[in-house]
Design a protein around this ligand. Structure first.
Ligand code: SF4
Length: 377
């Protein structure tokens, strides 16, 4: 940590209560940058300055762990190496490569964003955060990340990890999820982001939150910011950031029907815009039991009336706002029922497909259902 002694850091920590002062901020920057230069993980998106690859990585990393993202990122980039390749692809191909990564709205947003980058910016990802923010699915965080990391613009960013680090570093009392708390965090991030290598600083903050400044039991003893951190100084690491108690997600009962005919399964495609929009799955409906589910699937136009269905068991699937308790039923259709071209309700069309066919997107829930019904899990 050249030029930054422990004594300087400690002296800086005592100054600038609340807003921080320039010397303390400078000490924090030097300490964090030196630490990041030493420990930064070697990740595929850190080996490139290609704005498209960085945009892709930032979208994939939202609410998803680094280890999960790496193979998806590499497959996606191999299949769609640039903005135009992604823009030209059918959405089913995009969702297919995203299958299992969750939060599929991100994939649809990225696909639309690629089309807009081609239409409005000639296929080049824009550098300014304000232009990036105008793209579908690109929020303040992603815009700040791409603008700072790929283009070296002095743009701040705040994600969950950064919110935690900054709340503790400055001893912020506001709930990060409140409007006032979010505003304060963005102001703090904007104050701290340096002119020189702002992207590295942003990455370092995120890395610190991901690896050291954990939600529970932060490893302050290993933290490069411990000498300037207000929460650590005051022994309040466990209290900050202030978190409102989360309401329990409502339990929702669902019935999923896996109907087989000669090795193929009846799949239905969710209508765009809703939960799991654009993904294919064995038909499923919210229902307390099988007979209600049969009625609802018949109303939707799915041809399963004559099929004898029996239980294969249950799967649980927890989404951000709902806890799905899914009864999985399965059966064999003797004659191949004709699939209507248009469906009603949550589904827009249906098709018979091999359960492991490629080229269409399926959710993790759909794969859990199939594994249970077909004996793979
Ligand atoms: S000293 Fe502790 S609480 Fe403060 S930023 Fe570091 S890990 Fe987080």
């Amino acid at each position: 940590m050249p030029g930054v002694t422990r004594a300087k850091l400690a002296a800086a920590a005592g100054r600038g209560e609340g807003t921080g002062d320039a010397a303390r901020d400078e000490a924090a920057r030097a300490a964090l940058e030196a630490w990041f230069a030493r420990v930064a993980r070697d990740l595929p998106w850190r080996r490139t300055r290609d704005p498209y690859a960085i945009l892709l990585s930032e979208v994939m990393l939202q609410q998803t762990r680094v280890e999960t993202v790496v193979p998806y990122f590499e497959r996606f980039l191999a299949r769609f190496p640039d903005v135009r390749a992604l823009a030209d692809a059918p959405v089913d191909d995009v969702l297919s490569l995203w299958s299992g990564l969750g939060y599929y709205r991100r994939a649809r947003g990225l696909h639309l964003a690629a089309r807009e980058i081609v239409a409005r910016y000639g296929g080049r990802v824009p550098a300014e955060a304000s232009d990036l923010r105008s793209l579908p699915g690109v929020g303040a965080y992603t815009a700040g990340a791409v603008s700072s990391i790929a283009f070296g613009r002095r743009e701040p960013l705040v994600d969950g990890n950064v919110a935690r680090v900054l709340s503790r570093l400055d001893g912020l009392e506001e709930d990060p999820k409140s409007a006032a708390g979010a505003r304060r965090l963005w102001e703090t991030a904007a104050r701290l982001v340096p002119d020189r290598e702002p992207g590295k600083w942003n990455e370092a903050l995120m890395e610190l939150g991901a690896t050291i400044c954990a939600p529970r039991d932060p490893r302050c003893g290993d933290c490069p910011l411990r000498a300037v951190c207000r929460a650590h100084r005051d022994g309040r690491e466990a209290e900050l950031p202030v978190v409102r108690a989360k309401k329990a997600s409502p339990r929702v009962r669902v019935v999923a029907a896996v109907v087989l005919h000669e090795g193929e399964v009846l799949f239905a495609r969710r209508a765009e815009g809703g939960l799991f929009g654009g993904l294919w799955e064995p038909p499923m409906v919210e229902a307390p039991g099988l007979s209600a589910a049969r009625a609802a699937l018949a109303v939707a136009g799915l041809p399963i009336e004559g099929v004898r269905l029996r239980s294969a068991g249950r799967v649980r699937h927890v989404l951000s706002h709902r806890d799905l308790d899914v009864l999985v039923v399965h059966g064999v259709a003797r004659d191949r029922p004709v699939v209507p071209s248009v469906l009603a309700g949550a589904y827009e069309r249906a098709a018979w497909r091999a359960p492991d066919a490629e080229g269409f997107g399926t959710s993790t829930l759909a794969r859990k259902v199939l594994a249970l019904a077909l004996g793979g899990g």
